[in-house]
Design a binder for this molecule. Structure first.
Ligand code: PLP
Length: 387
């Protein structure tokens, strides 16, 4: 057995669809396949607008840039972020001249520490950039309560939680905008890729502009005449309405999205079954392990262990490696330990992030993890713990 963090996720159907597309298309750059993928994604996600880009990180950067412009946020306005997430949940906030304000997590359900969240909200807080970590839907009710009546926008990074839901509503539909990643190891893949989702037409238009240099011609057709009239002296094809990036993705990647999404619900079902079997296996070791408490509606990303002792974590992780089971830190552990965030180190009491950092790691969960692998894990644990 070799239990990798991720397997070769594209199957022969995906490859066949892509090859047929390559043989017949006349255009490879962003065009109708991208629009088709955006439409099927919006339908699956239950949102009005989707913008396909070249990564989840690009989606985050566009979203923060568009929010700052749309709502007139000023430099050094504050955006609340978790201490444990992927780095490109934090860096876009800094790159856009805003200030990340760190709030620790709850290590058992990966939501925020709500007491700390309330304390960290100030007059300059413009947004809470929630990450739904590892497929656990974050406690939106608690976040809304902390925000109370203040005009603080909720943004959702769903890059590792596709299909997680709260009371039947998919995450990504609770804030002003949300983002997804289709990188290799995620619930579905377009090899590289990301999506921005929103219900707001103004935010959608800004994201579309920013995805492609700020070019007016990228907007839906119905807006073109008004801009032609407003700027008669500028060639409409080279009219730039805002500052932008080039974060477009290609028709090839979108084609993969169109076939992968048909299998996504099935993949999520397998991941969740694996996760509940994993919890059952861990349950009897609650003297050495912190037993996770996933809320209803999860869409498992990975199988995380958090040990009560650092030494036990080190030994058990080595035991798994010896049995050819790959593992890695829980995302990147406590982000406040990272060199690029040194300046924020003492701004937040990150006790739980530190626990996850020092005592935690995860192993892979995906549609290739099955009862055979989970039985092997159970045997390894029985032998290792002697019971
Ligand atoms: C929470 C989170 N946000 C953002 C990203 C970035 O996505 P990408 O790798 O597509 O840039 C990831 C990637 O793993 C992630 O887990």
């Amino acid at each position: 057995m070799f239990w990798k963090l991720q397997e070769d996720i594209l199957d022969q159907d995906d490859i066949g669809y892509l090859v047929d597309f390559i043989k017949t298309t006349k255009r490879f750059t962003q065009f109708t396949k991208v629009r088709e993928f955006e439409e099927v994604w919006s339908k699956w996600q239950g949102c009005k607008y989707s913008v396909y880009v070249n990564s989840g990180s690009s989606a985050n950067l566009i979203l923060i840039s568009a929010m700052k412009e749309l709502y007139g946020w000023r430099d050094n306005d504050e955006v609340i972020v978790p201490t444990v997430t992927w780095v490109t949940n934090i860096s876009p906030v800094m790159q856009m001249g805003l200030k990340p304000v760190f709030v620790d997590i709850n290590p058992l359900n990966f939501s925020f520490d709500f007491d700390q969240l309330k304390e960290r909200i100030t007059d300059r807080t413009k947004a809470i950039f929630v990450t739904h970590l590892l497929g656990f839907p974050s406690g939106i009710e608690g976040i809304k309560k902390a925000v109370a009546e203040r005009d603080i926008k909720i943004l959702e990074d769903c890059c590792e939680s596709h299909g997680a839901h709260i009371d039947g509503v998919k995450i990504g539909n609770f804030g002003v905008g949300s983002t997804f990643s289709f990188y290799w190891g995620h619930h579905m893949t377009t090899v590289e890729g990301g999506m921005i989702c929103t219900e707001r037409e103004d935010l959608y238009n800004l994201c579309v502009l920013k995805r492609s240099h700020g070019l007016a011609r990228e907007l839906p057709q119905k807006h073109h005449d008004a801009y032609r009239k407003q700027y008669p002296d500028i060639d409409f094809n080279f009219l730039f309405l805002t500052d932008g990036f080039n974060f477009r993705n290609t028709e090839l990647h979108a084609a993969l999205g169109i076939t992968q999404i048909t299998k996504l619900d099935g993949y999520i079902k397998i991941r969740n079954k694996n996760f509940s079997d994993f919890l059952r296996i861990c349950d009897k070791y609650d003297d050495v392990l912190d037993i996770l408490q996933p809320p209803e509606g999860m869409s498992s990303f990975s199988l995380p262990f958090i040990f009560k002792s650092k030494e036990m974590k080190r030994r058990f992780q080595a035991e798994l490696a010896g049995n050819r089971i790959e593992s890695r830190p829980i995302i990147s552990g406590n982000l406040l330990n990272q060199p690029f965030l040194r300046a924020y180190k003492n701004t937040c009491k990150a006790t739980s992030a530190e626990l996850v950092d020092k005592n935690g790691f995860y192993i892979g969960n995906n549609q290739f993890v099955n009862s055979e692998k989970l039985d092997a894990l159970e045997d390894i644990m029985k032998k290792f713990f002697g019971r």
